[in-house]
Design a protein around this ligand. Sequence first.
Ligand code: NAD
Ligand code: UGA
Length: 465
Amino acid sequence: MGKDIKNICCIGAGYVGGPTMAVIALKNPQIQVNIVDINEQRITDWNDTDLDKLPIYEPGLKEVVEETRNKNLFFSTDVDTAIDNADMIFISVNTPTKTYGKGKGQAADLKYIELCARQIARVSKTDKIVVEKSTLPVRTAEALQGILSSTGNGVKFEILSNPEFLAEGTAIDDLLIPDRVLIGGNNTVSGKEAKNALSSIYEAWIPKERVLQTNVWSSELSKLTANAFLAQRISSINAMSVLCEETEADVDEIARAIGMDSRIGPKFLKSSVGFGGSCFQKDVLNLVYIAKSYGLDEVAEYWDQVIKLNDYQKRRFADKIIKESYNTVSGKKIAFFGWAFKKDTNDTRESAAIYVADHLLDEQADIIVYDPKVSEERIYADLEYLNTHSSEEIRNRVKVVSSHSEAVNNAHAIAILTEWDEFKAYNWKEIYSKVLKPANVFDGRNILDKEKLVNVGFNVYNIGK
Ligand code: NAD
Ligand code: UGA
């Protein structure tokens, strides 16, 4: 297995594969990086000469793509050729929660991973390092090894786990200055060689001491652990937000007070309408499933509570809107500011907005959505995917507009679902003149200047205040 990597293939041109490989290509101009995907539209979009049409919106991404694309970074649907030419193959495909069969609603669906492994096994003619970039259950590398070594054609595969810790909206910064890079692999001679080969790619721009090497199982399980701890922190502060609302304590003041304890730290203590995103729920549920499969019911229940609290928080927000609207939102216009699961991304997967809207639709509300980066079709697709309301009802009741001022005309209430910076800078006096009175704002992100809005005439409802 050559230490000197000249050609990389990444299977999966998504939120992780695209930005991660673009940065690897930027920092390793001597390596050719080929990103491949079966989704033709996605590849077409990655190749679009108009960089504003890239399939993913991330601050700083288009500049990196502009500098590398068609020099040493290539996007293609020709998976076989990219595998064949590669010294190192990253698997960065989606690993969603299973929607069928055993483990439905909890376990990770590994069918896309398995398909990749079978394709790599079928196509490869030379030895390769195969890198798990996707988030996977602990001991997946064992299954991959089983598939890859079943070909009997003499090709050797070394499997590494290299989970990704980037967060959307800050992906490029996270990749350029990561807290750490984690590389797990076998402690055999060839395993160590493979780990060093991957380490040297990252060490092109990351200090050596931040590149950690572990055994493969620790690496796989560290990724699930990191996401579980992060999600747990949000559920913990959100649990306190409920208590704050009962006791006149202020959750932001509490976050500040506890965050100054260096053992707790100030980050990730922002109470909200609930966490979203493609991974926290999926990964915690997967952890719950893994614990259960080892018969560890207490461990499973402990982590399951993180998800239950998050569901409760989303539901509570919708209930608050209903309660403060004289217990009915039927036929009332509720303006949604934001649909993405967090600011600075166009990703809406598992966004709290979807579930709040769904609950309000149960109560026959009319919803007007404005999000600076999310398309109308995406919003309809998110609601239709839940299968709780007909497509016709969704399209009748939910309208998507292209400016915040359109959204607020004659609205009975405004709900902040995403913490986009622009919401803070709006002319709230002008908004006040357009909405119905009493003018209610439900700030699901605690981002607005409450005093200012109250002076304008709004009733402002926060989380945990
Ligand atoms: P994604 O859905 O955006 O991208 C996955 C891509 O893989 C899709 O474009 C899909 O078409 C492609 N694909 C699936 N099967 C394929 C196959 N057999 N051949 C070729 N292409 C195939 O997913 P993502 O958000 O990039 O996440 C990928 C993995 O990374 C997941 O395991 C996720 O848990 C993990 N992860 C995601 C993030 C994040 O912020 N999104 C961060 C860290 C880790
Ligand atoms: C998260 C992790 O932060 C990444 O390290 C990890 O790589 C990634 O999941 C993954 O595995 O996919 P991401 O989901 O992109 O990243 O974004 P976060 O910044 O973690 O936010 C997740 C959700 O939590 C968002 O809805 C956000 O609004 C919410 N959040 C975050 C809060 O409600 N409060 C906080 O204090 C922080």
